[in-house]
Design a protein around this ligand. Structure first.
Ligand code: SAM
Length: 491
């Protein structure tokens, strides 16, 4: 980060709204003339007595106790309703809150998704290294080279992604991910927010593309591979509802000659064919000239930035992705030089082509589109959404081959169940992905548990293609692990 303050510190700050969003409804007397600051969001009902899990944008959710003027703003607009927090308990990654007059789970469920807001004057001054997003609203948003983009006009949350909306002088709405990958500086005193210019990002118009959240265009030599991926399940539904759009483009349509050749032998020799620059660049040029915001070109490449949930969120904000699927030995380097974008890998292993990675990217991004998943909460409870792996899941039968479902899951005690799941999620994360718990440290992964490990000697033997009789460790790889081979330590 070139300049301070550091966005993650203030990304947890509160954001301001000026009463109900434009919904055609009249302004509530509760908020007339008093800008509201969004302090948090009620995520889901908790327990049976009306508790709610709260995502808090500020420093300490306990500040809500005794705060005057708190209102709940409906997520879809409409008049805010007055509220009073009577109990707040810290429960990472957020807090649990009890609200006056909300005494049952059914009442709490009705408030899921509501914003918890308060008038500006009710709030304590922000800590030294923090600012209220409210104080950024209306400020100029400029690029690092001084280009004026517009004014900051909101900090909405989309599928767990915090965004800043920018109103441009031309009447467009830009969406900028509120992360340090995109925000260079936010300074109310200097009167500006500085964003890093990223190709395509600043040319989109969110408002102008309401309906279809994200558009995928895939350049491939094997279009048929995508048929059932797009025709089945949630992806097919999202396409039918117009939430996402997908175009599969055959690179050979841009190749010349009777055989429509799109690959050739590599200069300098070596195995495998290489995708020629001519057909691919012609296909990319056609994409660039097509209607719509300038796309982000995604070069699927095992040597690229490794895909993770944060990148999926960033890609969602790009709204239009043109993905280049390599094959064989890869793609002529000049393609990415002429059409720079993001080189993206789905993991440190090599596949035959970019088609499976393209499907992985499409699915990871599309399921963040609001409305893609039937149940809104399913995004929140899964792996990585809260920085942890997901908890183990069970379904019927209650006993399967002698293995029983943990008794707590049958108890009906929502609090106990949630605690159990959090404990399991934390233990699994510590055991298999401790790097997730230590975002500042190097990504350290524990060794494969004994019994699933291939010893270095076996690898050497495999490399030299010498037939070897499997040693005891290698033999374990093919047989399922036995109880006690590895353990997930408890908290
Ligand atoms: N020779 C290339 C190398 O060493 O990096 C590998 C080429 S690979 C066999 C063919 C194509 O598959 C790549 O150009 C890329 O588009 C795609 N691909 C393979 N593994 C991938 C991964 N892990 N992530 C993204 N794309 C991948």
């Amino acid at each position: 980060m070139p300049e301070s303050p550091d966005p993650p510190a203030f990304s947890k700050s509160a954001s301001e709204t000026t009463g109900p969003p434009a919904s055609g409804k009249s302004e509530s007397p509760l908020t007339a003339g008093r800008p509201l600051v969004r302090l948090g969001r009620l995520r889901r009902a908790h327990g049976i007595r009306g508790g709610l899990r709260l995502e808090y944008f500020g420093e300490d959710p306990r500040d809500l106790i005794g705060m005057r003027g708190i209102v709940l703003e409906p997520p879809s607009g409409g008049a805010p309703v007055p509220a009073k927090a009577i109990k707040v308990k810290i429960s990472p990654p957020g807090a649990l809150v009890a609200l006056e007059g909300v005494g049952s789970r059914t009442e709490a469920e009705r408030l899921q998704g509501f914003f918890v807001s308060a008038p500006r004057e009710s709030l304590p001054p922000p800590a030294e290294d923090e600012i209220y997003q409210a104080d950024l609203i209306g400020l100029q948003v400029v690029t690092t080279d001084g280009r004026l983009l517009g004014t900051a006009d909101g900090f909405p949350d989309h599928g767990g992604t915090q965004l800043m909306t920018v109103a441009t002088p031309e009447g467009k709405t830009l969406l900028i991910p509120w992360t340090d990958g995109y925000i260079s500086e936010a300074d109310p005193e200097a009167g500006r927010v500085v964003v890093l210019d990223a190709p395509g990002l600043l040319d989109q118009d969110w408002a102008g593309h309401a309906g279809t959240y994200v558009r995928f265009e895939v350049l491939t030599l094997f279009p048929g591979l995508f048929a059932s991926f797009l025709a089945e399940s949630l992806m097919a539904k999202a396409l039918a509802r117009g939430l996402v759009s997908v175009e599969i483009i055959d690179i050979r349509d841009y190749a010349e000659g009777r055989h429509r050749t799109a690959d050739d032998r590599p200069y300098g020799g070596g195995p495998g064919m290489v995708l020629m620059p001519g057909p691919l660049c012609a296909a990319l040029e056609a994409r660039m000239n097509a209607d719509g915001p300038p796309p982000l070109v995604v070069h699927l490449d095992p040597a690229g930035r490794v895909m993770d949930q944060a990148l999926a969120r960033e890609l969602l904000c790009r709204r239009r992705l043109v993905m280049v699927c390599g094959r064989y030995g890869g793609v002529d380097r000049r393609v990415s030089e002429l059409y720079p974008g993001l080189a993206l890998s789905i993991g440190d292993y090599v596949l035959n082509g970019g088609e499976v990675p393209a499907m992985a990217v499409m699915e990871a991004v599309a399921r963040l589109v609001p409305g893609f998943l039937g149940e809104k909460d399913s995004l929140e409870a899964e792996s990585f959404s809260e920085g942890l792996l997901g908890a183990p899941q069970y379904t019927r039968p209650q006993v399967f081959r002698g293995l029983e479902v943990p008794a707590v899951l049958l108890s009906g005690h929502h609090r106990e169940i949630e605690l159990f799941r959090r404990r399991e999620a934390a233990a699994a994360t510590r055991a298999t992905r401790p790097d997730l718990l230590d975002p500042d440290g190097p990504a350290t992964r524990p060794e494969m548990p004994k019994g699933l490990r291939i010893e270095p000697e076996s690898l050497t033997a495999l490399d030299s293609k010498t037939p070897v009789s499997p040693g005891p460790e290698a033999a374990d790889v093919t047989s399922p692990p036995k109880p006690g081979d590895f353990e997930i330590s408890g908290e």
